[in-house]
Ligand binder design. Structure first.
Ligand code: DQQ
Length: 538
């Protein structure tokens, strides 16, 4: 139908049809990026999962290949679920993934490319001794044991991986060791576990250097001063902790232990799950991929014939005071920028709405700097808001005038504003520092029924004494809206389905509804071309 095509993303990865969920085994190998993905070859709802496979030279344009693996052995007959790739010394790629076995236990399996000289690594072979790992014992639950990480080498020269599990009902990343990546033994303690939550899905574990956006390869020597990050998926979002990998104990130890998991930092504050990162040796960076589900109904997905997209691959690194991760869309995405508009020296007074014209408002990349003319009128910050930023975004929405803010962008708005999505900031003063609220409010994004339309949001600290400019970059891609606030300090991806998009009649505005005037020294926006993500070749 027309709606199905209008809502299809133009440069956020999705296969030509059907359901996708978690990104699996991302890697850069011999000049090619590989993206595998949980894929239902038969329909647009979750089920019959195989590993879809796509390859790219730039993380923007993709060639879709045949699935890499299907359910055809006793160790994965009930599912080929999430897993990770590791490149062994000597250049051997190896993948470990979760299978649902004939008894419906979750077990771990290994596969290898059949022919390493095929540049696309099209065919994969499962090893004869699968499953290489099963989970038995008191306190364990063999139906909560999945999603192995990429491997890393410890000081004893042995490989390690972590696997998501539930131990006595609590979330854990179990730790395993191996000499040859085929025979594994469980270490008697987990890499990390916490009684603040149940099952952890899709753990991701990686090293980062504070203030350094060059990525680190986990299986190379970890430099002095490095920190480690443990990401886990739960509560419909991806949360992470920063800490150290204590080599003596062979365990992760977070810098701050937060007993209330509502306070754990998030990789993304919107619709984003099951992310996985990899070291990109081509560009010396760590890149993270995440899945963004639909937020329309299952019957809408059946009607569309597709469901699920990936967020733009993002470079991810640690800020200089080792407090939070920063993220930015990979530079390659800028190759899709088409006609550009540019405004300088705008001023947004209380109540102003400025229409951004001259680009395709349904497929755009918008970069805007908001400069505060004064920071005197910031409203006081209340720490309890941190427990539920979404509630705060609902209560203090774009129509509620504040001291500083709300200001931001109104996007995918219909002619009469009956439909619109708002991405906005508010500035608060907290003791010695400033806290910024960023919201992506979908509550009026569409007139269609049966959509999930929350007001997503999160807070970040910002040094306004040093820097008066708060930047916003928003990638608009039909039904996807992906925003980066404060130069990559907070990120929100969301899905919207305005009726106005079906008619291709949408508008975009910059606005300020705070009492303090904000300047816009720079506003740049581009129409975005359609990436080649849907071509079937080979
Ligand atoms: N999706 C996979 C599981 C994983 C879950 C199954 C997370 O391996 O735990 O499709 O979305």
């Amino acid at each position: 139908s027309i709606a199905s095509e209008r809502y299809r993303t133009a440069y956020h990865f999705q296969p030509p049809k059907n359901w996708i969920n978690d990104p699996n085994g991302p890697m850069y190998y011999n000049g090619i990026y590989h993206s595998f993905y949980q894929y239902n070859p038969h329909g647009s709802l979750w089920g019959d999962i195989v590993w879809g496979h796509a390859v790219s030279t730039d993380l923007v344009n993709w060639i879709i290949l045949e699935p890499a693996i299907e359910r055809d052995t006793p160790a994965d007959i009930n599912g080929c679920w999430t897993g990770s790739a590791t490149i062994l010394p000597g250049g051997q790629p190896i993948v470990i993934y979760t299978g649902g076995d004939a008894e419906n236990h979750q077990v771990q399996n290994i596969m290898l490319p059949k022919n390493r000289s095929d540049p696309y690594l099209r065919e994969w072979t499962k090893v004869g001794n699968n499953p290489v790992l099963q989970l038995v014992g008191p306190g364990f639950n063999s139906s909560q044991f999945r999603d192995p990480t990429t491997g890393w080498i410890g000081p004893d020269g042995l490989w390690r991986i972590a696997i998501g599990a539930e131990v006595n009902g609590y979330g854990a990343a179990l730790l395993y060791k191996s000499e040859d990546f085929l025979n594994w033994t469980r270490v008697d303690h987990p890499l990390y576990s916490s009684n603040a939550s149940a099952m952890w899905e899709c753990p991701d574990f990686f090293a980062v250097l504070p203030g350094n956006n060059g990525g680190l390869d986990l299986s190379a020597a970890i430099p002095e001063g490095a920190k480690h990050v443990l990401k886990v998926s739960l509560d419909q979002c991806d949360k992470y902790m920063i800490g150290v990998y204590d080599l003596k104990r062979d365990a992760f130890s977070p810098d701050t232990v937060l007993d209330d998991r509502r306070l754990w930092l998030k990789i993304d504050y919107g619709n984003y799950y099951a992310s996985k990162s990899f070291f990109d040796s081509k560009n010396s960076r760590r890149v993270i991929w995440g899945w963004t589900n639909e937020s329309d109904s299952s019957s809408d997905d059946v009607a569309k014939g597709w469901a699920g997209i990936y967020a733009i691959p993002r470079a991810i690194w640690l800020d200089s005071d080792a407090k939070q991760l920063l993220q930015w869309p990979v530079d390659e995405i800028e190759s899709l920028r088409g006609n550009e508009i540019n405004h300088q020296g705008l001023e947004l007074n209380k109540g102003d709405l400025f229409e951004i014209k001259g680009i395709d408002s349904t497929q755009a990349d918008v970069e805007i700097d908001f400069e505060l003319t004064s920071i005197d009128d910031a409203d006081p910050f209340e720490p309890s808001w941190l427990l539920d930023a979404e509630k705060h975004c609902r209560e203090a929405d774009a129509s509620i005038r504040g001291g500083i803010g709300p200001f931001g962008l109104v996007i995918l708005a219909s002619d009469n504003m009956e439909e619109h999505t708002v991405v906005h900031f508010r500035v608060y003063k907290s003791q010695q520092k400033y806290m910024i609220l960023m919201c992506s409010d979908l509550r009026r994004s569409s007139l269609r029924p049966e959509l999930y339309t929350p007001a997503y949001g999160g807070f970040f600290e910002f040094d306004l004494e040093k820097e008066r400019k708060i930047s916003l970059r928003t990638l608009i891609d039909r039904s996807a809206v992906e925003s980066f606030g404060g130069g990559g300090r907070l990120y929100i991806i969301a899905r919207v389905y305005p009726v106005a998009l079906v008619d291709e009649r949408t508008h975009m505005y910059a606005f300020n509804n705070g009492s303090t005037t904000v300047k816009v020294p720079q506003l740049k926006a581009w129409s975005m071309m359609t990436a080649q993500v849907n071509v079937k070749k080979g």
